[in-house]
Design a protein around this ligand. Structure first.
Ligand SMILES: [Zn+2]
Length: 375
């Protein structure tokens, strides 16, 4: 059972924002780790007070807490027992103590021997590239090999423990504040927090011991990506010096237009043109789609404007929900020039009863078809 946030701060439910702030300030001073060295109970109270203040000082969180209690923050809320670390807590202080701790947060971590802190692993910078994909590649997924110019640790480079911070990654400062003597830690500016500095720098390497090297990186692109999406290849950005970790390679997707297929979500559209005689007599056509050739049969008497739906012949869904459809729009091509024989034929047909339009209910209007397409 978690304690009530109001009780922790020793205030009533109707407390104003100023009262909440004042109460927290009092508790923070009372239980501050520097004044209670080696007292785990004080540390516990210090953290509890910070957690209570984190919620009650935020109007949104406070409203949720007032309504639902602790359950408002379970599962993703981030306020499960002691989830705040000391960095979080000290970053509150800029607000509470008006910057009395120097520079409004940011600089605090690794306090008097608890809460972790210490050296952090430096991460190399990310690299960005663009990849152009054909519709076929988008529809089926593809593995692309791209040349990337990455910074890497030069051959023969060595690193040693940073002499400024002795490998801690941080330098400690003693300052006098309203809470008494405070020990604060800041990231070491010599090593940037890694705790290491360059020892042997080979020729051609930069100040961090890195050189630019071209590397072929293989990128697996899943089916169904869209223009503007960004994929991440972890660890294929620039390397970091020392024992740091590499940055990531960020891949922006560009898609190329297809000569005859149009994409709409996971569906594909294709305009098929057939002759009047094909429409009258029926025919069979082959369509070059993204998964290869698709053969479709057109029944005798097919109407211009009919849309044939080929299920699953579209683009694979990026989230794995099957594939879209290929929608074939039938267009009957009317000849613009006729020779004498053809002209005679059509003139004779003008009076034929079979050539007179008699649309049936099943010959849906354009608007009904559009409605169908999106349903
Ligand atoms: Zn250092």
């Amino acid at each position: 059972m978690k304690e009530d946030f109001y009780e922790i701060l020793g205030i009533s439910k109707g407390a104003s924002a100023t009262e909440i702030k004042k109460a927290y300030r009092k508790k923070a001073i009372q239980y501050h780790p520097d004044k209670n060295q080696g007292d785990p109970k004080a540390e516990e109270m210090f953290k509890k007070a910070a957690e209570a203040y984190e919620v009650l000082s935020d109007p949104d969180k406070k409203a949720r807490y007032d309504q639902f209690g602790h359950s408002a923050f379970e599962g993703g809320g981030g306020f499960g027992g002691g989830s705040m670390n000391m960095d979080d807590i000290f970053s509150q202080f800029g607000d509470i103590f008006g910057g009395a701790f120097g520079g409004g947060g940011g600089g605090f971590s690794g306090f008097g021997g608890f809460g972790g802190g210490g050296q952090r692993r430096v991460k190399g910078s990310n690299l960005r590239i663009r990849v152009k994909l054909t519709l076929e590649e988008v529809a089926n997924g593809v593995e692309k090999k791209v040349k990337v110019r990455r910074k890497k640790q030069a051959a023969g480079v060595t690193y040693k423990t940073c002499s400024t911070c002795n490998g801690n990654g941080q330098v400690t400062k003693i300052t006098n504040t309203i809470l008494g003597r405070m020990q604060t830690a800041a990231t070491c500016s010599t090593c940037g927090g890694s705790g290491q500095q360059i020892d042997k720098k080979p020729n051609g390497a930069d100040a961090q011991g890195l050189v630019v090297d071209e590397e072929t990186v293989s990128i697996k692109i899943p089916a169904g990506v869209e223009e503007g999406m960004q994929l991440k290849v972890p660890g294929k950005g620039n390397e970091a010096p020392g024992n740091g970790v590499s940055g990531d390679l960020l891949v922006a997707i560009e898609t190329l237009d297809h000569a005859s297929l149009k994409r709409e979500g996971d569906n594909l559209h294709f305009d098929l043109y057939i002759s009047i005689s094909e429409a009258v007599l029926g025919t069979s056509k082959e369509i070059d789609s993204v998964g290869g050739k698709v053969r479709i049969k057109l029944e005798p008497g097919i109407q211009s404007g009919k849309i044939l739906r080929l299920r699953g012949k579209g683009v694979s869904n990026i989230n794995g929900y099957g594939s879209g459809d290929l929608l074939v729009h039938v267009n009957v091509w009317t000849p613009k020039e006729l020779n004498k024989e053809q002209k005679d034929f059509f003139e004779r047909m003008q009076n034929s009863e079979n050539f007179e339009p008699k649309p049936e209910k099943s010959d849906k209007s354009f608007f009904e078809k559009v409605k169908d397409m999106f349903s």
